[in-house]
Design a protein around this ligand. Sequence first.
Ligand code: FE2
Ligand code: FE2
Length: 159
Amino acid sequence: MAEHKSSTCPFCGAHDDFIIYARDWKDENNIKELSAISRENFEMAMRQELENVGFYKCSASYAQSAESKAIFSGLSKIEMEHAYLISKILKIPKSDIKLQDTCFRLDLENLENSFKREEKIKKFYIKAYNQAIEPRIKEIFFGLIEIEGDHAELFKERI
Ligand SMILES: [Fe+2]
Ligand SMILES: [Fe+2]
């Protein structure tokens, strides 16, 4: 049977370069020591990702079309994967993860706000990438910049 790799990760949205065959996978996210600045940046990232999960869940529940429902619900899952990745790095138990579901009532307002959220988090990851000194952490922030950039584009096309 021919082997096939997906072009982006269906769970976290990571680009092709980050996708590897299962046989080659090793856990690189069990990081022993984080620099103070990377810790601070991951804590901020965690807050933003969780705010976005809550916002997208809420937006999906008020969605006015099947397409917007699919987008908001898909994005809530992807951002949750990002939050799980960060919780692993920060060694925060999953049970400590709390969501706040607030959003607008109309798709257009939610789409516009989503675009701002994705632009904001992308900018934040660029800053975190530049500040990180650890190679693995730089790699993680780089992957997140690409993904949040895709999300910003996705919303930009719809507002
Ligand atoms: Fe994210
Ligand atoms: Fe995103």
